[in-house]
Design a protein around this ligand. Structure first.
Ligand code: CTP
Ligand code: MG
Length: 583
């Protein structure tokens, strides 16, 4: 069949636009249906099935070619080891700066950002270039105060005498998210809720540069820890690397001593051999505490740019917390935290299986933050990690599941994936291509509405959330919210959450579900007067704290109390007669 050039071009551009704008498979299909209608009208043919199939194949191919988290980490670590972090004046002349640094070797990549002043991250092509650059650097002699002559790859660019630099207006890479009001405005201008969710994800996710900076900070810290353990590695974990990190999230780090040479070597069966004499401690925990204690001290005393160091060694998971001023990261350094590394890898895998996973997690996290359901201050609130697991559970329990259970991922694992940590089975497949997904075509808009409904009516009083089984199970112990830890299965991830915080979450889910079903929130509402601001609608309206409060107030006046509404919702669910939702 031949399609006329103009119709073909129109169709191709529609598909290209849709693919550019909307990442979800469901959204793509929806978009294809539009193209199909267009084709029907103009040339009387139906291409959706064929095109949808080929798009699905492309998406599967893309997913299958994804690297494992460890492969990505290795690449990033190598980049970080070839990089330096330089504090420079905002008027630094870029050309002159690069020419000066290039004396030491080729530069792979560089960028500027603003923190406490302007900084440049420079990655050389070879590690030797960093050594050569450090060779040339000077230890400052300050007359009125003393300094510790600790050399690191955090440097200061001086421009003494000679010609003055005059450049301004460097392209600065953002390291923080846009303010919520600006985000709400951006979303209000989008044409669909699917687009809003995609735009929110784009605005909040970690940038390439921010990711690089995170690995560089780990690498700088590794140099400090190397004073005691020259062969140690410091790896990031948690949201910095699991795919759900938002600009500005904390930097969780893991001091890994497992790679120390000689560790896994066996003594020969006969003949002479030597082994290291080591100091013994009472327990694994005591070892972790003493390692973190000395490294924490070292970071505090000598770590350039590290301020506010706190050693929190009696926590369930001992850690050293500090702020890394040049990057602006709040850092948590742990040791012997292998299970958390595995849960990071698991989240990375889930996030890479279907683009809707990350989009929904970002949206829910942002929504929760906008309504103070979560907070960066430790407390009785639901944490981002718990929220992420709740989203995963919701996606596993769709009538056509979007992601599989952890038990299924364990069943697909190969011998190389086998992993048992302190008696906990942490085995699951790491190869994306081995995972077959079901063809769920729900749009992000549908999923968002369903998410709110799901948790507005979830039997939190009796049931626990279990992503290992993809099933709600009876709670093993009393707790307002029980989310089983995927690997340490006797632990509750959300043990910290109290009844009040859970009630707030449930009430907000109800309000948000209701709000999303209102006619005025279903489509763009156009400009607001002459000031070029758009009226918040859809997801943007959900993020407006005042809007939800206003609805709450109005509903309080006009409708039955929340407790009654939960009761009637539960009743209607029991009778298998859910309130009608928009499609
Ligand atoms: N973690 C865990 N069990 C918990 C809490 C945390 O296994 N009860 C692991 C998870 O892998 C989590 C990581 O530790 O991702 C870091 O925890 P945290 O910083 O609290 O969560 P993040 O996922 O990093 O989210 P945020 O952006 O809020 O830092
Ligand atoms: Mg974190």
């Amino acid at each position: 069949m031949r399609i006329s050039t103009s119709v073909g071009a129109a169709m191709a551009s529609s598909i290209a636009m849709c693919r550019l704008r909307i990442r979800g498979r469901g959204s793509l299909l929806k978009c294809l249906q539009k193209v199909d209608t267009f084709l029907h009208r103009h040339i009387g043919t139906n291409l959706v099935a064929a095109k949808a199939e080929s798009l699905q194949k492309e998406e599967t191919d893309e997913r299958d070619s994804r690297k494992s988290m460890y492969a990505v980490q290795e690449e990033r670590q190598a980049q970080a080891e070839r990089s330096v972090l330089i504090s420079c004046h905002s008027r630094t002349n870029e050309k002159r700066f690069l020419k000066y640094l290039s004396k030491h070797g080729d530069i792979n990549k560089y960028f500027f950002y603003e923190g406490y002043g302007m900084y440049a991250v420079v990655e050389f092509a070879q590690r030797e270039s960093v050594a050569s650059l450090l060779e040339e650097a000077v230890i400052p002699s300050v007359s009125h105060e003393s300094t510790v002559p600790f050399k690191s790859r955090l440097l200061l660019l001086r421009n003494l005498g000679g010609s003055a630099d005059s450049q301004s207006g460097h392209q600065l890479q953002p390291q923080t998210t846009v303010p919520i009001n600006e985000l709400i405005q951006r979303l209000s201008k989008e044409e669909s809720i699917d687009r809003q969710v995609a735009a929110l994800t784009e605005a909040y996710q970690l940038t390439e540069e921010n990711s690089r900076l995170r690995f560089l900070v780990c690498s700088l810290l590794q140099d400090v820890a190397a004073a005691y353990f020259p062969e140690c590695t410091i790896r990031p974990f948690g949201s910095s690397v699991n795919g759900f990190g938002k600009l500005g999230c904390d930097l969780d780090m893991f001091l890994d001593l497992d790679g120390i040479s000689g560790r896994n070597k066996k003594l020969p069966k006969s003949g002479l051999s030597l082994e290291y004499q080591l100091k013994r401690a009472n327990s694994e925990r005591a070892v972790t505490q003493s390692i973190l204690s000395v490294i924490g001290e070292c970071v505090d005393q000598f770590g350039p740019g590290c301020v506010g160091v706190q050693k929190i060694l009696n926590a369930r998971c001992p850690l050293v917390r500090f702020a890394h001023q040049p990057s602006g990261f709040q850092c948590d350094l742990t040791a012997n935290n292998r299970v958390a590394m595995k849960s990071t890898e698991l989240l990375y895998l889930y996030g890479g299986l279907d683009p809707r996973v990350r989009c929904l997690v970002f949206t829910v996290r942002c929504w929760a933050r906008a309504h103070a359901i979560t907070s960066s201050i430790p407390g009785a609130w639901i944490t981002n990690f718990s929220l992420t697991v709740m989203v995963l559970f919701f996606l596993q329990t769709r009538s056509c599941p979007i992601i599989p259970s952890l038990d299924h991922l364990r069943d697909l694992a190969g011998p190389a994936d086998k992993c048992v940590i302190e008696g906990n089975d942490c085995t699951f497949v790491s190869d994306f291509s081995k995972i077959q997904l079901q063809s769920n075509t729900e749009t992000l808009e549908q999923l968002l509405c369903e998410f709110f409904d799901f948790y507005a009516t979830f039997a939190f009083n009796k049931m626990s959330i279990n992503i290992r089984k993809s099933k709600a199970q009876n709670k093993p112990e009393v707790a307002p919210l029980y989310i089983q830890n995927p690997f340490e299965t006797s632990l509750n991830v959300s043990k910290n959450v109290n009844a009040t915080q859970l009630e707030r979450f449930v009430a907000l889910c109800q309000e948000s579900s209701w709000l999303l079903q209102q006619r005025e929130n279903l489509s763009p509402r156009g400009a607001n007067g002459g000031n070029n601001t758009a009226t918040p609608w859809g997801l943007a309206a959900l993020l407006l704290p005042s809007r939800v409060a206003e609805i709450k107030g109005r509903k309080k006046r006009k409708r039955e109390p929340a407790s009654e509404r939960i009761k009637s919702l539960l009743e209607s669910l029991k009778n298998n007669n859910q309130p009608k939702k928009k499609s």
